[in-house]
Design a protein around this ligand. Structure first.
Ligand code: ADP
Length: 323
């Protein structure tokens, strides 16, 4: 393989704060090594349609602190079959790209793996607020989303405390309970419902609320990870069974936005820097991940096959600290 002179960068799947910081790191690291960078717009769609823009160090000024992604993101169904991937490679080569950095989630990494398998050097960077990628301790955007959710739940606590209410708050998670669990621990949730642990309404919701009331609790926070149950119906049921006025709040997409926290900016910078170095060393099909708090690279295929584990100790701790 000849020396890589131009690389592409794209963001794919759900957006996450810090993606811009990663794009900036990719561009500046590559430029510093004399390599040109092309920004591919709207995920894999941009590869299929040749929707690309030239990026240089100045073009990525002033994006470090911005949420969202300057390259936009989108789903691209055509990329799920190898014919689509091959077409993407042909177009990438027409634009002179010798490699690609993909910032996204599990789905995006499957596309990255297929590109690599068909001979197009590709490196993945985990970016998703849900932190639901099993092979890395951390995904870009998680900390910002947590801080956004934390701020909202703290505010809900003020008002539910004043009115002696029960507040059911639904956070994002996309089938993973990390946001719910961390927010519940850090905002003092009385109950936390996550997809990894099936719940029993009487034992896991009603009883802790009633017991808490006996112990002098005057208000409750019930944190629900999206998709686990209907939060509005849950609030109604709690109100009916406990006589405690209950309200549901669905935080929704606010959790996806906002200026990235220092942690997200730092990790996005480290991962963007590492991705370019790996690519320019001539390696492919690698994911940049965090293990034991260090940024390392692993094989994508291996990374995608790892099972997701939930930390039982954290769940137990959330329950104990809520008494
Ligand atoms: P995320 O990357 O956040 O998990 P998606 O699962 O929606 O989000 O995937 C983003 C994009 O990655 C898809 O729109 C598609 O272009 C590509 N992709 C997803 N799954 C595959 C797959 N199995 N093979 C190839 N490309 C895929």
């Amino acid at each position: 393989m000849g020396e890589i002179k131009t690389i592409g960068v794209l963001t794919s799947g759900g957006d996450a704060p810090g993606m811009n910081a990663a794009i900036r790191a990719v561009v500046r690291t590559a430029n510093a090594k004399g390599v040109r960078v092309i920004g591919v717009r709207r995920g894999y769609n941009g590869l299929m349609n040749g929707d690309m823009i030239e990026l240089d160090a100045r073009r990525v000024s002033d994006i470090l602190q911005r949420g969202g992604t300057m390259l936009q993101t989108a789903r691209c169904l055509e990329f799920k079959d190898l014919e689509g991937v091959q077409r993407g490679i042909n177009i990438a080569r027409e634009f002179g790209l010798g490699g690609l950095v993909v910032i996204g989630g599990d789905g995006s990494f499957r596309g990255a793996r297929d590109l690599s398998n068909l001979g197009f050097p590709t490196i993945g960077i985990p970016g998703t607020i849900d932190n639901d990628i099993s092979c890395t301790e951390y995904c870009i955007g998680f900390d910002t989303a947590l801080n956004t959710a934390q701020e909202s739940v703290d505010k809900l606590r003020d008002t539910s405390g004043s009115h002696e209410r029960c507040s059911v708050v639904e956070v994002m998670g996309h089938g993973a309970g990390y946001i719910a669990l961390y927010v519940s621990i850090c905002c003092g949730g009385e109950v936390c419902l996550i997809p990894e642990k099936p719940f029993d309404y009487e034992k896991d919701v009603l009883q802790p609320i009633l017991d808490g009331k006996k112990r002098g609790k005057q208000h409750d926070i019930v944190v629900v990870s999206e998709g686990v149950t209907n939060s509005v119906e849950l609030a109604k049921r709690i109100e009916k069974d406990t006589q405690i006025e209950s309200r549901a709040t669905i935080l929704g997409h606010v959790q996806r936005g906002g200026s990235p926290t220092l942690r997200d900016r730092l990790i996005a910078s480290q991962m963007g820097y590492a991705a370019v170095n790996v690519l320019l060393e001539g390696r492919s099909n690698r994911l940049i991940v965090m293990r034991d708090s260090k940024i390392i690279d692993i094989d994508i295929t291996e990374g995608l096959s790892m099972p997701r584990k939930v930390d039982e100790k954290m769940i137990e701790m959330a329950r104990i600290l809520s008494i």
